[in-house]
Ligand binder design. Sequence first.
Ligand SMILES: O=C(O)CCC(=O)C(=O)O
Length: 276
Amino acid sequence: MLTPEEVAHYHETGQVTPNYRLGDEVVCAIKEKMEAHFATTPELDLNGSLRYAPPATSQFTDCLIETDRTWLDYAIDPDILDAVSQLLGNDIIVWASNIFCKEGKGDKATPWHQDGLYWPMRPLRACSVWIAIDHSTPDNGCLRIIPGSHKEQRALRHGAGNSGQRVLWPSDQTIQGADMPDVDPVDVVLEPGMVSLHDVFTIHGSAPNASGERRAGLVYRYMPASSHYDRHLGAKLGGPYPEGSHMSPERSAVSELHLARGVDVCGLNEVWQPNA
Ligand SMILES: O=C(O)CCC(=O)C(=O)O
């Protein structure tokens, strides 16, 4: 699915928007599914211990697949898996599923961050696929990336933000001023059905959305099956986390690892087979 130029762009900048989009029917189905999810699942609570935040749940929703296995169908779309394979290799696990939905009524920013801060797979390699459900533009708070920020493949220092402009509530981790590269951000402008792929070390975030127009994205997270998703490590990363936060020990414990392609090369991951 990715052209050689698109693969090169991903390696150069840490992000790529391929010349590809999901069909209108698929986008419609995702949109309806998301709206039904918000309508029927105002506050999720798995295993009695994991709470999802913030109270306005549409802004950030986690564990879609764990809540409803049919969310896996979009994660294993062959075109998307072809693209991810070009970046991570032929053995791939999808291990997380989120919605970032800003309703357009003054929703908060997503602070500048690297995803890897929270994630317990080692070696730390991963790719996120952000699927646009709505138009996503600078006006309604589209995803923004710092090009080239992934290049050293190293985790930067994050600290607790205090702006109140946070979507990764309540962990609220953001890159501290001095560690933020002096590079202009790039807006990832997408039409519904278009996708953006970013590397685990790419600094990214998004502005608040007070445009009156909703901006929702469905995000799947993939890792190479040669890495180990270490649930014990999850308990130690970057904390201390308040109970129920985005990547707290409880959160690491509930991720289902679905083997989207190939085999569990690492041999230590408890993988589910999508069609088993
Ligand atoms: O959509 C957003 O506002 C942020 C998305 C994000 O942080 C991610 O996909 O990792």
